[in-house]
Structure formats: structure tokens, C-alpha cells
Write a protein that binds this ligand. Structure first.
Ligand SMILES: Cc1ncc(COP(=O)(O)O)c(C=O)c1O
Length: 466
């Protein structure tokens, strides 16, 4: 039997440490050029790579990518990977999808950013409405930016200061969402600096799936909006409890709180995200990452009611006055011609119903393969699958909220597994063990994961972590 969280002993912890040392040594041997590049990168980048997120890989340093196509990446040392990380969803269309490349090349030759709309945007706006149901859209340069815009609008129309989020959430670099509940107390997430902000005045945080806590938190009438994913995907996958969405919608409506659903990750549920699949009724819907095929982009759509309340404050157009009103949203590059052209290609040719069918079938295949191993070995672990996304967690059953994740998470096993995966040619998102399928992912690539995962379980058993 593999050790459970409760039965963990110092000797198991020491064994896992030894195994990790061994995997990190193997990683160094397999990646000499990436190791060299990493040392060079540290001379010019604040946290080693062009983005500080790039340092957080379990091998000890990132691999430097040389080329990527579909669900396949080759690094500068010539190692091949099956990519289930897919840029933590930014690459969900697969790497270098032909339709996006074609559209990008065409638009690059025809003007990238002019601060003028192109006619592609008319098609994109209509398609976003058809898929997600919201009548009016705004484009941004990232999902973070879309969330910030949505929050700003919620505050403008409600006149309220606070944003409610669920503990364990992640919505990008959104100041109000940097809060969590740990040991029963509200605080800032691990390592987050308060940054001069008194979060008690701008944020409220409760546990996911907790209707009573939500009711209580919204009862004071000082919360502008609830910002949530339809199910949580950033702290392990936390499924939504039966009836929670109905309660969330009813309480937010009753208390005049704007409901923002962030589909940045859960767009992997299907062509219209989790929202259209489950008939959710957000006031504002946010998406990003994969929506323009990896070209930086975010979108948010608002309901008719939200639009009318906003127009009452900042009118659509006043022909007599040159608009000087700042909405405080978006930026120069938002909705540029290149982004719009690639977004059209994604929606028209890549994230299609047929491709989603294949992606979801492969996620099911991966989840079934991993579950088969877990069940055969009677391991106290589980697999969650939502659409084209699956996650292995080292806990016996799916968490109900962030507190369950904090209590049960096995960071040591996760790190070891991730280092092992990379040495065996598998990439998963570095922050937890989540797998995403793209249209180009093949059943053979999925089966390769099953084989590698099986060998990882053997490794633990052979090392006596049992
Ligand atoms: C649910 C969700 N929303 C928003 C974001 C922010 O996306 P970006 O970093 O592209 O702005 C993320 C990033 O992981 C996310 O998971």
C-alpha cells in the first residue's frame, strides 16, 4: 500500500526526498544545454526567465523549448515531450495550429495594431454571443485584464467596494483575489505581499461550495461582485457540489451582487464553456488564454442589464463631445487586428465541436488509464475529469473546497511525480497534476502517459514508500 497523508512517516518523507534528488540529478544529466541557458538567463532576467512563472518546474530549472507542434515539444537538448501542460491552457489549441498560423501571417502582413476595428471583429463578437450567450463583449490583452475590467464595471454599477472570491482561487494578477482562508483565518496567499492594500476593505473570501458562508458574506450588501470559476481548477480540481450554482445565482441576484464567471480554464468543457453546457446565467463572463490560439488575449461579455446600467454612467457615444471619459479598462493593444484575426481562426476552425469531442474522448482515456492503475493498486488517490481536462490528486476523494486541499495535498509526491514525468518525456502544468488535451493530442500519446504513470507507481513501491 502506498503511504497515505495520515500514515506518513519521517522515513517515507526521507525516501521521497531521496527519490526527488535522484530525479533532479537525472534531469540535470538529460538537460545540460537547458541548465546552461538557465544560468545565462539569470544574468538578465529578474527571476531567471522572461516571466517569473517559468522558473517553477520540478526539475529545478525550466527546459528551454526549441520547437513545438500539436501536443509535442522538443527542447534544446533534443528531448521530446508529450505536452499535457499546453502552456497552462494558453496552448489548448495545440502548438502552431495551421488555421491560427495562416490567420496570423495574413494579418501580420496586413497591419497588426491600428486602434481601429477590423471586420473580423464583427464575426468574432457574433460568435462569442452565440457560444456563451452574453450580448456585449470587450477584448483585453489577457484574462487577468478581463477580470480586472469586469470587477471595475461591477464596482461602477453597484457603488460597492468589495470582491468576493473562493479560497484557493486563482484569477491572474487580480489584487482582490490574492486572499485565502488558512487554519480558519483570512489572509494573503502564500508569499503574496500586501502591496499597500488593506485587503479587508476590498476583498471577502469564503470556502467554495459553502452556501451558508456565501449568504452571510453577501448579506451586508457591500460586495460588488462574486468572481469565481464554475468549478475550481487552480488548487487541484474542486468539483462544484449539487445545487451550489443555483444557490450562488439566487443569493447574488437577491443581494444585488454581480456574478462574474471566469471560464479562462473551464472553456475546456466544450465550445461554450461550462456556462453554456450547464445553463449558468452569469452577469459577466470572462475567458482568455486559448481564445486567440496563444496570441495574448482575453474577453469579457456582459448581460443586457449590466450593459444598460453601465451606459447610464458612461454613454456609448455622445456625438457632440469627443469622448474623454476613461473607463479604466483595457489598453492600447486590446482587440488589435492580429488578436481578432487569430481569435476568429480559433473559433471558426480550432475549438470546434468536432475537435472538442476528440479532446474530451482523450481526456476520458487518460482519466480511465490513471484510475485503472490507482484502483488496481488500491491507492488513496483519485482522478477528476471535466471535459478536455483531467487531474490526478494524491487524496482519496475530490476536495470540496480549499481547506480540503490544504489539509490533504501531497506537495512532495506532486513534485516527485512532475520531475519523473519530465525525465520520461511528459509535460504537465507545474502547479498541480493537471492534464489538458488539444485537438492534435493522440490516443497513443495518452497511452504513453498511462505507461509512465504506472512506472512511477512501481518506483514508489520499489522504494518502499509502502
Ligand atoms: C481561471 C483563471 N483566470 C484568469 C487567469 C489569468 O490568466 P492570464 O495569466 O492569461 O492573465 C488564470 C491563469 O491561470 C486562470 O486560471
Amino acid at each position: 500500500m502506498i503511504v497515505t497523508a495520515a500514515a506518513r512517516t519521517d522515513s517515507h518523507a526521507a525516501t521521497i526526498d531521496t527519490l526527488l534528488d535522484r530525479e533532479q540529478e537525472r534531469f540535470l544529466r538529460l538537460h545540460p544545454r537547458s541548465a546552461q541557458d538557465w544560468e545565462a538567463g539569470k544574468q538578465h532576467f529578474l527571476y531567471g526567465g522572461p516571466s517569473h512563472w517559468m522558473r517553477r518546474w520540478a526539475g529545478g530549472f525550466p527546459v528551454y523549448a526549441a520547437e513545438a507542434k500539436g501536443a509535442h515539444i522538443r527542447d534544446v537538448d533534443g528531448n521530446d515531450y508529450v505536452d499535457f501542460a499546453l502552456g497552462d491552457t494558453g496552448g489548448m489549441c495545440g502548438h502552431a495550429p495551421e488555421a491560427v498560423t495562416r490567420a496570423a501571417v495574413r494579418q501580420l502582413q496586413n497591419g497588426t495594431t491600428m486602434m481601429l476595428p477590423t471586420e473580423d471583429s464583427l464575426w468574432v463578437g457574433a460568435e462569442l454571443t452565440r457560444r456563451f450567450g452574453m450580448p456585449y463583449w470587450t477584448l483585453t490583452t489577457s484574462a487577468t485584464d478581463a477580470n480586472r475590467g469586469a470587477i471595475r464595471i461591477a464596482r461602477m454599477i453597484t457603488g460597492r467596494p468589495k470582491v468576493l472570491v473562493f479560497s484557493g482561487c486563482y484569477h491572474g494578477g487580480v489584487e482582490e483575489a490574492h486572499v485565502e482562508i488558512r487554519d480558519g483565518r483570512v489572509g494573503l496567499r502564500n508569499m503574496i505581499h500586501p502591496n499597500g492594500v488593506d485587503h479587508s476593505t476590498v476583498s471577502r473570501v469564503v470556502e467554495f461550495n459553502d452556501v451558508a458562508a456565501l449568504e452571510q458574506a453577501l448579506s451586508a450588501g457591500d460586495v460588488a461582485c462574486v468572481l469565481t470559476e464554475p468549478l475550481m481548477t487552480n488548487f487541484g480540481m474542486i468539483p462544484v457540489a449539487d445545487g451550489f450554482h443555483e444557490a450562488l445565482r439566487e443569493i447574488t441576484r437577491r443581494t444585488g451582487t454581480v456574478l462574474i464567471i471566469d471560464e479562462t480554464h473551464t472553456i475546456s468543457s466544450g465550445p461554450g464553456g461550462y456556462t453554456s453546457q450547464h445553463g449558468l446565467e452569469p452577469d459577466i463572463l470572462v475567458a482568455g488564454k486559448a481564445i486567440a490560439g496563444g496570441i495574448p488575449a482575453g474577453v469579457f461579455g456582459v448581460s443586457q442589464e449590466i450593459a444598460e446600467r453601465l451606459w447610464a454612467i458612461v454613454p456609448m457615444v455622445n456625438p457632440r463631445v469627443r469622448q474623454s471619459a476613461h473607463l479604466g479598462i483595457g489598453g492600447t493593444l486590446a482587440g488589435n487586428a492580429l488578436t481578432v484575426a487569430t481569435m476568429r481562426a480559433v473559433l471558426e476552425e480550432v475549438l470546434t465541436p468536432a475537435n472538442f469531442e476528440r479532446m474530451i474522448a482523450n481526456a476520458t482515456r487518460l482519466a480511465d488509464g490513471a484510475r485503472g492503475i490507482i484502483e488496481a493498486r488500491k491507492l488513496p488517490w483519485h482522478v477528476t475529469q471535466i471535459g478536455a481536462r483531467a487531474e490526478i490528486m494524491f487524496m482519496p476523494k475530490p476536495p470540496r473546497n480549499g481547506a480540503d486541499v490544504i489539509a490533504g495535498r501531497r506537495g512532495d509526491l506532486e513534485t516527485l511525480l512532475h520531475a519523473y514525468y519530465m525525465n520520461e518525456g511528459i509535460l504537465v502544468t507545474p502547479f498541480h497534476t493537471m492534464f489538458l488535451m488539444c485537438p492534435a493530442t493522440t490516443a497513443a500519446q495518452v497511452d504513453r502517459h498511462t505507461e509512465v504513470f504506472g512506472r512511477f507507481v512501481d518506483l514508489l513501491a520499489d522504494a518502499g514508500v509502502s
